[in-house]
Design a binder for this molecule. Structure first.
Ligand SMILES: O=C(O)C[C@H]1C=CC(=O)O1
Ligand SMILES: [Mn+2]
Length: 394
């Protein structure tokens, strides 16, 4: 089957992919890695009518979190996606992505980045916010948590107090699983005791426990006042997730285990989680992520807006999807841009009163700060002077 290559009037003319490295405001410590800088693959799809769509392919810690690295995402798009897409119809993201899926197995993060850019362009052309192309917006702002992951209990408490004071976050996720259970639970308990009823405290183990450790750990976390436990077991252990979900008082969330609708269906059939972390990169695109959410809804599993710690582009794309979720009882963690020292959008995402505003302009409703991109691009040789930095020095 041909997907609109021959008769296309409006075509995809050029695809830019840039790895952009931006430092984090502090080390971000997870069970499998600590990040000090985030590598975002920024994608621009240029259409023959002059519209340019934006996408982002970002993961955590090179290859330590998922199957794709920033370098691999860029290579997949440049070497395999672009030859398929250049000259193809730009006005049907679905046909363009069907063509890519026909020839490319896996590579979910790369597919998501390109699909986002195609959808951004299509929504700009239609004059609609992207959320309207994804099923229709039902909310303009989204609750957003903050991850406390400095690795130091006292620093985490100070950080949480500052967030509460600034009315930026009142839900906190703690990254555990690196140390033994007793040390991790002591860390969590100290933070929950300091914050009390002023905040919801949750944990993400990022697959670091075996099932016996998880049984013990979850019971201790429940007693310490934790509200939600995320991906305690390795992603392949679905039967274990099912058993933990059946016996745990604290709701269990699946994250890394959900790599698209087929995984969501299996989890739903088993009721192997109480909550799904919906992530477009892991699912293989915004449409695939919407299907994950639909399966959750049908199975009476709650949805939650997950993140890969993306910058502004990926975060706002996810925000448009989450804006279509009627029920969002656990909120989102779309705080990625706040973890970076520099903003790469012309207008930074708006965080206020514990929520993120979903832009209302056409498409994603954002624009890149091209001066910042030029400065932080990995391939920038020599690195240009950033006028803001120059101005501060003057
Ligand atoms: O959820 C994850 O596993 C990844 C990510 C999300 C927030 C954070 O701090 O790390
Ligand atoms: Mn997680």
């Amino acid at each position: 089957m041909q997907y609109g290559r021959v008769i296309a009037l409006l075509t995809i003319e050029k695809i830019d992919t840039w790895i952009v490295d931006v430092p984090t405001i502090r080390p971000h410590v997870l069970s499998m890695t600590a990040i000090r800088s985030q590598a975002m693959v920024i994608v621009r799809v240029h259409c023959s009518d002059g519209i340019v769509g934006l996408g982002e392919g970002t993961t955590i810690g090179g290859l330590s979190y998922g199957d794709e690295s920033p370098e691999g995402i860029k290579l997949a798009i440049d070497t395999y996606f672009a030859p398929l897409l250049l000259g193809a119809a730009a006005d049907s993201p679905a046909m363009a992505m069907a063509l890519v899926r026909k020839h490319v197995v896996g590579n979910h993060f790369a597919k998501n980045a390109v699909e986002t850019a195609l959808l951004d362009a299509a929504a700009q052309r239609a004059g609609l916010p992207l959320s309207e192309l994804l099923g229709g917006r039902v909310r303009d702002t989204l609750p957003v948590l903050w991850t406390l992951a400095s690795g130091v209990t006292e620093t985490d408490i100070e950080e949480a107090e500052a967030m509460l004071e600034a009315r930026r976050h009142r839900i906190f996720k703690l990254k555990i699983g690196k140390r033994d259970v007793e040390a991790d639970v002591a860390h969590v308990r100290a933070i929950k005791q300091a914050l009390g009823d002023r905040a919801s405290v949750r944990v993400d183990i990022n697959q670091a426990w075996d099932e016996q450790t998880a049984r013990r750990g979850i019971a201790m976390l429940a007693e310490a006042g934790v509200d939600l436990v995320e991906q305690p077991l390795p992603r392949a252990n679905r039967a274990g997730m099912q058993r933990l979900t059946a016996r745990s008082e604290v709701p269990i969330m699946a994250d890394e285990a959900l790599q698209g609708p087929a995984d969501a269906l299996d989890f739903a059939r088993r009721h192997a989680a109480d909550v799904f972390s919906v992530k477009a990169p892991q699912a293989g695109g915004l449409h695939a992520a919407a299907k994950v959410a639909a399966i959750a809804e049908a199975a009476d599993i709650a949805v939650y807006g997950g993140t890969m710690l993306e910058g502004g582009v990926g975060t706002i794309a996810a925000a448009h999807l989450c804006a279509t979720f009627v029920a969002l009882p656990w909120g989102t963690e779309l705080f990625g841009p706040l973890l970076l020292t520099e903003e790469i959008l012309e207008t930074p995402p708006l965080y206020a009163d514990f929520e993120l505003a979903v832009p209302r302009g056409p498409g994603l409703g954002i624009a890149l700060d091209l001066e910042k991109i030029a400065f932080f691009r990995r391939d920038a040789q020599p690195r240009p002077t950033l006028s803001i930095v120059a101005a501060e020095k003057a």
